[in-house]
Structures are given as C-alpha cells and as structure tokens.
Design a protein around this ligand. Structure first.
Ligand SMILES: [Zn+2]
Length: 267
C-alpha cells in the first residue's frame, strides 16, 4: 500500500448533469482554446480576456439564453419544450464575442468541430493537440468539442475521464479501477484502449478492469474469474491466475472463451 498514492475510479457516471459542461470544459482543453482567442489581435484591442470566451460567464455569452444556446418554451396544455435561442441561434455567445476569430473560426465554430477536425485545426498548438490526440486514442475522434455532457453515453463519459487521466503526468503510484471500459467500443478501438491501459501499467501504475471482453481479459497479467454463473449463481472466485492458466481451469465457464483468444494471440 505504501507505493500507492492515488485511487482513480474511471466509471460511467456523467461528466456533468447540465449542458453547461462538455468534453472541452471537462478535459481542460477549453482553457487553452480560450487563451488562444484572448491572444488574438482583435481580442487584445478590445481588452477581451479568456473569460470573455466562456459561455458560463456573463461578459461574452448570449444573455437571452445565458449561454445555454436554447430556451425553454412553455406550452399551455403540453409539457415545456426546448427550442434554439432566437437571438444567438444556438451559438451561445453574443455577436461581439463571435466577431473575434482565430484562424478564421469563431469560438462557437470551434466548439462545433469534432475532435478529428480540431486535431488538424490546432496542428500548430502542441498543448491543445496533445489533449486532442489522447481523445482520439480512446476512440472519441467523432465527438464534437462542445457536445453537452447530457448527450454523452456512459461509455463516452468514461472514456473522456480516462483521456483526462492519461493527460496527467504519470508518477507510477496510482491504481485505476475501470468498469467495463469497452462498452460501445468498435473492435478496432478496443485495441487502442488496450494500448492506453498498457501504457499506464508500463509507467508503473496498477489497472484493475471489470470486463467481459475476452481480448481485454487475455491481455491482462492476472485474472480473477468470478462465477460460476450470473447473479445469484455467482459471487465466488472460480479461478485466480495468469490468463493461460485460467483458460485451462476445469471449473471456469469462461475458460473455453478465454482459451480461444489466447490461441489466436499466441506468438
Ligand atoms: Zn442565445
């Protein structure tokens, strides 16, 4: 225990409960982007600081929707509905703020970019690009930077948390606990995720994963097989050993499935 300084739970709980938080704000990426906008000629001439480019601060946001991009419309005999804000048309910022551009894009257009598009756009900005690279490596290249937390799946929220952790300097003294991180991932992205987890282990950290995906199980150093069945029929440790040994365990129902993956992987 004396070698462990931090416990990090990378779970599937939302990264925020309101549309005010999104991937860009959660990962800290947006802080850097806002500084880039504040450093432009026009922003300096107008004395706009980085706070001006936050949709959570009164200065730069659209006041009609208070930076939410949409407004609630109350209907007489029906439940209220959300409609795009008639003033900013969903941009979340006021017109003055949107006049400022960085590389010919305003702040709302940057929030509308996917991670993949932004990765090319910020090619000259190593700090921003590094954060985007990690997001791509956990299979989130298709997400928009400003995609509200409320629109993200549990699996996406979890991978954003993982990406945020991967950006930190690794000291090799953390234990990471992940609950089914492959949920919703394309098979090719599972490989990418595995490479990231391997990187954490190589840096001296410990990674504990609850997982049904046999590729992940086969790639582990140690397996604890719980069972024998599901629900009330489970709860016992059936086998605890290196993957190759668990795959030969007679008591384990997982063994034949695991053996198949180890067979394919034997080099
Ligand atoms: Zn508005």
């Amino acid at each position: 225990m004396e070698n462990i300084k931090r416990l990090v739970r990378v779970d599937q709980k939302p990264i925020g409960r309101t549309p005010r938080s999104n991937m860009a704000t959660y990962t800290g990426l947006f802080d850097h982007v806002r500084k880039l906008f504040a450093a432009t000629k026009m922003a300096k001439a107008r004395r706009y600081d980085a706070g001006r480019f936050s949709f959570n601060v009164a200065k730069g946001r659209c006041e009609n929707c208070q930076g939410e991009g949409f407004v609630m419309v109350e209907l007489l005999f029906l439940p209220s509905v959300y409609a795009p804000c008639p003033v900013c048309h969903g941009a979340r910022y006021n017109a003055k703020t949107l006049e400022v551009t960085y590389q010919e894009k305003n702040i709302a257009e940057v929030l509308g970019m996917t991670v993949d598009v932004a990765w090319k756009f910020f090619a000259a900005e190593p700090t921003v690009q590094r954060a985007l690279t990690v997001l791509r490596e956990v299979g989130l290249g298709y997400l928009r930077l400003g995609q509200p937390a409320t629109e993200l799946s549990g699996g996406e929220a979890q991978r954003i948390k993982l990406a945020t952790e991967l950006q930190r300097t690794q000291r090799g003294t953390s234990v990471y606990v992940l609950d089914e991180p492959t949920t919703g991932l394309h098979p090719s992205d599972v490989e990418k995720l595995m490479a990231q987890l391997d990187g954490l282990v190589e840096a001296g950290n410990t990674v504990i994963v609850v997982e049904h995906d046999m590729r992940v199980v086969a790639g582990s150093d140690w397996v604890i097989d719980m069972g024998p069945g599901a629900g009330d029929e489970g709860g016992q440790v059936v086998a605890a050993d290196a993957p190759a040994k668990v795959a030969r365990s007679k008591a384990s129902r997982t063994a034949p499935y695991l053996a198949r993956f180890l067979g394919n992987d034997s080099k």
